[in-house]
Design a protein around this ligand. Structure first.
Ligand code: AP5
Ligand code: MG
Ligand code: ZN
Length: 216
């Protein structure tokens, strides 16, 4: 199973990704998570990416495409993969096409999670993430049992630096300008499954499972 998760900031890509990789036993590759890990470890890549992320802009393709190519060449991706947050513009989509061509593989599906713009800011601003295991919560829509504490591992919850109203609005605009056109790009290949993301988390997942059917 080789999947892409498309959708605006706050659509629920990370939330659904956790469920998808559990069921289909494929690696979850989130470029946003990779950049955030690099920022917290103080690596050169993290230093270069941080300014763009804080402004809600895309990290330059030169930094992003190579890292995805490296990641996809690792052994665990032989069984498939789930890309979350990549590709994000046409250049990245073409670069992924080249990687797939080189390995003589094809995408199984592009899961496109749709959520109205009005909901996205509230979703992102109320998001809380576990420092230890990365589980995602929402103060209102998916609250942890105990305030500030992860249900899964009892780790501490934090808020992402780019989850403030101003940066989220910029990220949404960047999505509309640069990423949304990829829905058309992949529709032409007949592999897009559009999913209504404005439903209960488990219902969204059910719809994704249905759209994947018996795909391997
Ligand atoms: P990235 O980390 O990819 O962020 P994003 O695309 O903005 O998406 P989010 O992670 O904010 O949202 P999500 O869809 O995962 O939603 P979630 O499941 O958490 O990228 C961040 C930055 O990194 C970019 O701005 C850019 O700078 C850089 N970057 C990353 N990839 C790049 C690339 N390829 N090229 C260049 N730059 C790149 O859910 C959100 C909230 O809603 C949570 O609180 C959750 O609990 C809640 N929720 C989820 N589902 C539901 C539901 N069904 N009902 C109610 N609440 C829900
Ligand atoms: Mg995410
Ligand atoms: Zn946790």
């Amino acid at each position: 199973m080789r999947l892409i998760l498309l959708g605006p900031p706050g659509a629920g890509k990370g939330t659904q990704a956790a469920k998808i990789v559990e069921k289909y036993a494929i690696p979850h590759i989130s470029t946003g998570d990779i950049f955030r890990t690099n920022i917290s470890q103080g690596t050169e890549l993290g230093k270069q990416a941080q300014g763009y992320m804080d402004k809600g802009l895309l990290v330059p393709d030169e930094l992003t495409c190579g890292l995805v190519a490296d990641r996809l060449s690792q052994e665990d991706c032989k069984v498939g993969f789930m890309l979350d947050g990549f590709p994000r513009n046409l250049f990245q989509a073409i670069s992924l096409d080249e990687i797939l061509k080189d390995t003589d593989t094809k995408l199984t599906k592009v899961v496109n999670i749709e959520v109205d713009k009005e909901l996205l800011v509230a979703r992102a601003v109320g998001r809380r993430i576990c420092k230890s295991c990365g589980a995602t919560f929402h103060v209102e829509f998916n609250p942890p049992k105990e305030d500030g504490v992860c249900d899964v591992c009892h780790g501490e919850l934090y808020q992402r630096a780019d989850d403030n109203e101003e940066t989220v609005s910029k990220r949404i605009q960047v999505y509309l300008d640069e990423t949304k056109p990829l829905v058309d790009y992949y529709s032409k290949q007949g592999i897009v499954a559009s999913i209504n993301g404005d439903q209960q988390i488990d219902k969204v997942f059910k719809d994704i499972e249905l759209s994947l059917g018996s795909e391997k």
